[in-house]
Write a protein that binds this ligand. Structure first.
Ligand code: RP5
Length: 160
């Protein structure tokens, strides 16, 4: 069955409050997505099935959010040629620096597009996914250009 072009995965339901922020730009830009829990260490078989299926089911980009020793994005990127955008989830003790370093320090040969820690990173992940799809979708490209113009127009010059 054909899937939405943007597939959002996260290691735990506890990641959803942060990962929901990725949905905002996707909704604004009318980009279809689906979200589910896939854990690299708790549900490795689910991750394998998800990655293998992604190569033939219409998935265009994967957004992966995880916290702690966050191997979800790297493992996903290792198992599919579909591009993977990573969102480091803030963690209890190390505040997401552990998640960030786990994601951003990928060894040469498997690419992961790591974003900032937390909500800003999740939002930008949705935005980046939209920009990637806009390369081959003129209507989305137009919506993206308009969205950027509105953002620019919303920034006041005055401090008060
Ligand atoms: C990671 O462990 C998840 O991505 C989550 O950020 C973290 C904690 O998970 P829970 O203990 O809240 O399920 O796998």
């Amino acid at each position: 069955m054909a899937k939405a072009p943007v597939q959002i995965i996260m290691g735990s339901r506890s990641d959803w409050p942060v990962m929901q922020t990725a949905v905002k730009p996707l909704d604004d830009l009318k980009v279809p997505y689906e979200a589910q829990i896939v854990s690299a260490h708790r549900t490795p078989d689910r991750l394998y099935q998800f990655c293998k299926a992604s190569e033939t089911n219409g998935t265009k980009v994967i957004i992966a959010g995880a916290g702690g020793s966050a191997h979800l994005a790297g493992m996903a990127a290792a198992m599919t040629w579909i591009p993977v955008i990573a969102v480091p989830i803030p963690s209890k003790y190390l505040k997401g620096v552990d998640s960030l370093l786990s994601m951003v320090q990928m060894p040469k040969g498997v690419a992961v597009a790591t974003q900032a820690i937390g909500e800003a990173g999740a939002f930008n992940a949705g935005l980046l996914a939209s920009q990637m799809l806009a390369l081959s979708d003129k209507d989305l490209q137009a919506r993206l250009i308009e969205w950027r113009a509105e953002q620019t127009a919303s920034v006041a010059e005055d401090v008060e």
